[in-house]
Write a protein that binds this ligand. Structure first.
Ligand SMILES: Cc1ncc(COP(=O)(O)O)c(C=O)c1O
Length: 228
């Protein structure tokens, strides 16, 4: 289309000026990030190189977890978390009724059934009471979300899961940088996953875990799995 063809005519009236856009998910990228990406390209390490290990260490330190594993997305990290919990066909997993579709999808990936728990309208997060109301005899795990980065009140949910012998996975996709009781969200979780999508503040999914044997319920050293 030539520039002239865009000139308004009687048949095509000018549109009103678009309102100013709110940059809700514009990544904060500058020369430092551009240089880091260029350095990785120059190094020849464009896959699982030393920068990935460096990033995993930095992420674990930032979250107060002992280990971070970077994977390709938060969806992958959540899928991995489901595999680690040992949930499978015949099992139910409680997930929030309000979340990104990945939270429920990963339950299906392992052949289990997502059961939806209500969220508290004031926080948009599940509570111990709404999770408890969604439990079935087949419930084996709970995926609790820090919706939109709003920290979930996780302690009562964790206490419920411990009491009922359920695995708890924290979907902290949007919560990198958020804190709960003064500590990074998910840093003390058995398993937590994060996203580094621009809309989620991050795209690499990360699983943080506290126990080397997830099913033991013991709290050991933390760990995170992230993806690039
Ligand atoms: C709550 C929640 N879980 C999981 C995901 C999936 O993240 P990713 O796009 O990194 O796979 C998102 C993405 O927006 C999300 O909001």
């Amino acid at each position: 289309m030539s520039p002239d063809s865009a000139v308004p005519t009687a048949a095509a009236p000018a549109r009103p000026a678009a309102p100013a856009m709110l940059p809700v998910m514009r990544p904060w990228l500058g020369e430092e990030e551009a240089e880091a990406a260029a350095a990785a390209v120059r190094s020849g390490w464009v896959a699982q190189g030393p920068r990935v290990a460096e990033f995993e260490r930095a992420l674990a330190a930032r979250l107060g977890a002992a280990e971070a594993v970077v994977v390709s997305s938060c969806t992958t990290a959540l899928h991995l978390a489901m595999v680690l919990t040992g949930v499978g066909p015949g099992d139910d997993v409680v997930v929030p009724s309000l979340s990104f579709i990945a939270t429920a999808n990963v339950v299906r990936y392992v052949g289990a059934r997502p059961v939806f728990a209500d969220v508290d309208p004031s926080t948009q997060n599940v509570t111990a009471a709404t999770v408890e109301a969604a439990l079935t005899p087949a419930t084996r795990a709970v995926i609790a979300v820090d919706q939109g980065g709003m920290p979930l009140d996780v302690e009562p949910v964790r206490a419920l899961c411990l009491r009922r012998g359920l695995e708890l996975v924290q979907d902290s996709a949007c919560a990198i940088g958020s804190t709960y009781r003064g500590r990074p969200v998910g840093g003390d979780a058995t398993l937590a996953a994060y996203s580094f999508h621009p809309a989620s503040c991050s795209r690499p999914g990360r699983v943080a875990r506290w126990s080397p044997t997830v099913r033991s319920g013991r709290r050991g050293r933390g760990g995170c799995a992230s993806t690039a």
